[in-house]
Ligand binder design. Structure first.
Ligand SMILES: [Zn+2]
Length: 190
């Protein structure tokens, strides 16, 4: 999976050539989430649950949610390649970190910076060690928000990621896959 098409769209969006896409149709959302029920979050490997028809906040950390990898507000599309089911906690933490980044750039980041962000978000979902390499500050911010939410509701998984990767900001350049799984239950590929 590559973000090329999303980068093209984001560039056009930043130039005012394409519009903000509509939020995802409820039927597509439900379809994606029901398929995710019982699967593992691609980022933290927690087991996701589809809470059908239920509204929830951060108190449901493992709820399956739809992630636009390239966010709509950066010109992200509703194409299949840009959508993935991710746990509520990872999704929220990622969104908060990105919103802060947007604010730092007065909601008008220079293109180079935005391109870096989209590339970062692409790996943040699937490969946290690459994410850390590509954009250490943002990754640290993501982990911190995730950890703080997880601590509030006493979820162990969040602490585990944070401890492994966020320890004193040391980059985990070992790059082995074990960095993103849970030691007692390795993530399963589809
Ligand atoms: Zn997760």
């Amino acid at each position: 999976m590559s973000p090329e098409q999303e980068l093209t769209r984001a560039r056009e969006f930043s130039q005012g050539l394409v519009e903000l896409v509509a939020s995802l149709a409820p039927s597509r959302r439900a379809n994606l989430l029901s398929k995710a029920d019982g699967r593992r979050c691609p980022t933290c490997a927690c087991r996701m649950v589809y809470f059908r028809g239920e509204r929830f906040g951060h108190e449901r950390p493992n709820a399956a949610t739809v992630e636009h990898i390239n966010p709509r507000k950066l010109g992200g599309s509703n194409e299949q390649w840009n959508l993935i089911a991710r746990c509520n906690l990872c999704n929220r933490a990622s969104g908060q970190a990105m919103n802060e980044w947007l604010q730092r750039h007065d909601h008008n980041p220079p293109w180079d910076e935005e391109k870096r962000m989209i590339n970062y978000l692409w790996v943040e979902v699937h490969d946290t060690s690459k994410a850390q390499e590509l954009y250490p500050d943002l990754y640290a911010s993501f982990l911190k928000k995730r950890e703080s939410m997880a601590t509030k509701i006493n979820v162990k998984g969040g602490e585990r990621i944070a401890k492994r990767n966020g320890n004193g900001g040391k980059p985990s350049t070992t790059g082995n896959k074990s960095g993103k799984g849970r030691s007692n239950s390795p993530p399963r590929k589809k």
